[in-house]
Write a protein that binds this ligand. Structure first.
Ligand code: HEM
Length: 461
């Protein structure tokens, strides 16, 4: 079985682990708020992270430090810094150490790996996202999402975000694990919510009642749920992602052991439904706020014949694509991409000491006045072929990150979102109560504060 320890011949990884527990050097020479004793700026960030980041960006420019959630990080908000950190040519930025504090409950999941070790595991996981596999997912998603939407209440208002989240979790379990959740769905959902909330926990000790404690219990529950299936999966003829990796782990030459398979599966299920719940909720909220765009997308989707959206038809939906991109720009589900530098470096006239938490601030890049016109306006046309604002620089629009850790589920997310819109908008009108205003929570992910109460009405065709 594969060693989970650092390969001894990888000097960058060796250096990184030696550093990992040393406290940050002082960052007094870098501008930015220290906030209150102990809690730093945590409450301001929780209250309204985008507003807080914008204020600091305006005061200090694209490099500033923030003290919050028990540590000080340096935020970077221009394309050159994003390019340097994500392409990571000198192997100076560690994802494992960057995410450890926030997402350490995901243990050895792919995001918490670096360099040659990360490459080995990523190559295996990529098998689940090859085009023929995606075509199979698309077929399944057409059936499952259509059925799911049909089961939602009609005429009566309901909280869209909650129904959507459990539908997408059911999808993820079915596609990546070949599991029909049934009654287990609610319990799993609850534990994934606990895991997500733990990412922004102020206290990171196992004290009962804290969100970290609940997140820890959540991961234990999810791991136990997967572990109890190992035996039956190994003797089954299933061919889903989870079973395939489990069987692979039994080969003495294998690159993964059982523990790692469990960690990868928890991370994948987590990534596969929480991020898309955020994006599709944002899209639905904006389609209610801008009914003319709802009609435009409906017309575009109705031009397609057939009862299912196939992979070949995706390039026939330029306006749906613009809307999808604008939702990801304005409300990126992953607000910051977290890294920690191994060696000291200089950027923008500042010396950044070794072992500093360094964040690529996706929210600030997506609202940078040099790259976007009227950046706070929700304006899908900025992505049109005529305007193509996103094409100024490869690193200005990074909802899915970039470089070695670029989102593995990028195509899956697009397929899931567009198939859902295909079945929803072709058949139903969606609206919120008159006078309702869109207000979002931004952490841990952007979501409508009120759960998005929505009414869907069947269209006569
Ligand atoms: C709108 C939806 C999504 C967004 C905005 C999103 C965003 C991201 C971002 C920004 C990263 C990079 C993090 C970093 O570099 O530190 C990432 C990584 C990842 N995403 Fe997504 N994601 C989405 C959906 C999905 C889906 C549906 C899946 C799985 C089916 C998925 C699986 C992953 C995995 C496994 C990684 C880690 C890749 C690695 O470390 O090599 N994501 N995602």
């Amino acid at each position: 079985m594969m060693q989970t320890q650092t390969p001894p011949n990888d000097p960058a990884l060796e250096a990184m682990r030696k550093l990992s527990r040393r406290p940050n050097e002082k960052l007094d020479h870098i501008p930015g708020p220290n906030g209150l004793p102990l809690i730093g700026c945590s409450f301001d960030i929780i209250k309204d992270a985008p507003a807080f980041m914008q204020t600091e960006f305006k005061k200090h420019g694209p490099v500033f430090k923030v003290n919050g959630f028990g540590s000080t990080s340096v935020n970077f908000a221009d394309v050159d810094a994003a390019r340097m950190m994500l392409l990571n040519k000198d192997k100076n930025f560690s994802s494992e150490l960057g995410w450890a504090r926030v997402a350490g409950l995901l243990r050895t999941g792919i995001l918490l790996r670096d360099f040659s070790d990360h490459r080995v595991h990523r190559r295996v996981l990529q098998q689940a996202f090859k085009r023929p596999v995606l075509a199979h997912y698309a077929e399944q998603l057409n059936q499952q999402l259509k059925r799911g939407i049909e089961s939602w209440p009609k005429q009566d208002s309901f909280k869209f975000q909650h129904k959507l989240k459990s539908l997408l979790l059911d999808n993820a379990a079915s596609l990546f694990m070949g599991a029909e959740l049934g009654k287990e769905s609610d319990a799993l959902n609850k534990n994934f919510v606990a895991l997500l909330n733990a990412t922004v926990s102020l206290v990171r000790w196992e004290i009962p009642g804290t969100s970290w404690y609940q997140g820890r219990n959540g991961t234990r529950f999810l791991r136990a749920w997967l572990e109890k299936q190992i035996e039956s999966r190994l003797s089954s003829d299933k061919s889903d992602f989870f079973t395939t990796l489990l069987k692979l782990s039994q080969d003495p030459e294998s690159e993964m052991n059982l523990e790692e398979v469990i960690d990868h599966t928890v991370l994948l299920l987590f990534a596969a439904h929480d991020t898309t719940t955020s994006t599709i909720s944002t899209i639905a909220a904006m389609l209610c706020e801008q009914p003319e765009w709802q009609e435009t997308l409906r017309e575009e989707l109705l031009q397609l014949s057939g009862d299912a959206l196939t992979l070949e038809e995706f390039n026939k939906l330029p306006l749906t694509d613009q809307f999808f991109n604008e939702a990801l720009r304005r409300y990126p589900p992953i607000f910051v991409v977290l890294r920690r530098c191994i060696s000291e470096f200089e950027y923008g006239g500042f010396r950044i000491p070794s072992n500093t938490q360094t964040n690529v601030n996706i929210h600030l890049l997506h609202h940078h006045p040099d790259y976007w016109t009227d950046p706070f306006k929700f304006d899908p046309d900025r992505f049109s072929a005529a305007r193509a604002e996103h094409k100024k620089d490869m690193f200005q629009f990074l909802p899915f990150g970039g470089g070695a850790h670029k989102c593995l589920g990028i195509n899956f997310a697009e397929i899931q979102t567009k198939i859902l819109l295909f079945h929803l908008l072709r058949n139903y009108k969606i609206e919120t109560a008159a006078g309702r205003k869109n207000r979002f929570n931004h952490l841990p992910m952007p979501l409508p504060k009120d759960g998005l109460p929505i009414k869907i009405t069947a269209l006569s065709r």
